[in-house]
Design a binder for this molecule. Structure first.
Ligand code: GRF
Length: 222
């Protein structure tokens, strides 16, 4: 993966960083300066905020951007006292115009990396190129399986016995950028959509802060 151009360096970093005690004590000075994008519930956004509050992630959320006024993520930001900006996609001419506004806001907030934590819009090169290898997405499947919409439904439909979630770098090919880390979730015999989605979400909440800690050293070297 581009984050670690030399594969053996990647392996070494994983070996060193995968130990939970290393992950939880990894400190960045100053803490990682993050932007977050969300469209709906916002549980992944809150999971990042909680990991920071508990001392499990050395970071600070400088700005949350939501595209749906009043969504769960915005309400969580208000409760947590985290700056939140609404950029309603409906008032922008096209995707590129929306993304230019996102770049403007995140640059003004001086973030060094951006997390798409349930951002339900396709992003363009305007955003991707403004944060090269610094734009992450979380997706509820073990990519490259089940890209796109309703990954949980796709997994149930396919009858797989193991699904999960993936954090990956965002490229212009949707849900196809280099994989940072993944977590597996078994599909149980009597699973329905909500039950499986909920178990995957629990792993997402653990995986996303972990992915940020994994990427931190790379961003600070860059
Ligand atoms: C998550 O399942 C994430 O993988 C997907 O959208 C969902 C967002 O959930 N991209 P939440 O809004 O963080 O609760």
């Amino acid at each position: 993966m581009p984050a670690f151009s030399n594969p053996s360096q990647h392996e070494q970093s994983q070996q060193v960083l995968l130990h939970p005690s290393h992950i939880e004590s990894a400190q960045f000075d100053p803490p990682l300066q993050l932007g977050v994008m969300a469209s709906g519930r916002g549980s992944n956004f809150e999971a990042i905020a909680q990991a920071i509050a508990r001392g499990n992630l050395s970071a600070s959320i400088r700005l949350l951007v939501v595209n749906n006024p009043g969504c769960g993520a915005q309400q969580r930001a208000e409760r947590l006292g985290i700056p939140c900006k609404v950029i309603d996609h409906r008032i922008h001419r096209d995707r590129r115009a929306l993304d230019r506004e996102l770049v403007h806001c995140f640059q003004a907030a001086e973030v060094e990396a951006v997390v798409m934590a349930g951002w339900m819009r396709i992003v363009t090169s305007e955003l991707i190129q403004a944060f090269p290898e610094r734009l992450l997405n979380i997706h509820p499947s073990l990519l490259p399986s089940f890209r796109g919409l309703d990954a949980v439904g796709q997994a149930l439909q396919a009858g797989v016995k193991i699904s999960g979630c993936t954090v990956h770098l965002v490229t212009e090919d949707m849900d196809a950028g280099p994989i940072v880390t993944q977590a597996a979730v078994p599909v149980l015999a009597n699973d329905n959509h909500e039950a499986l989605a909920q178990r995957i979400r629990r792993q997402e909440h653990r995986l996303l802060p972990f992915a940020l800690t994994l990427m931190g050293p790379h961003w600070r070297q860059g």
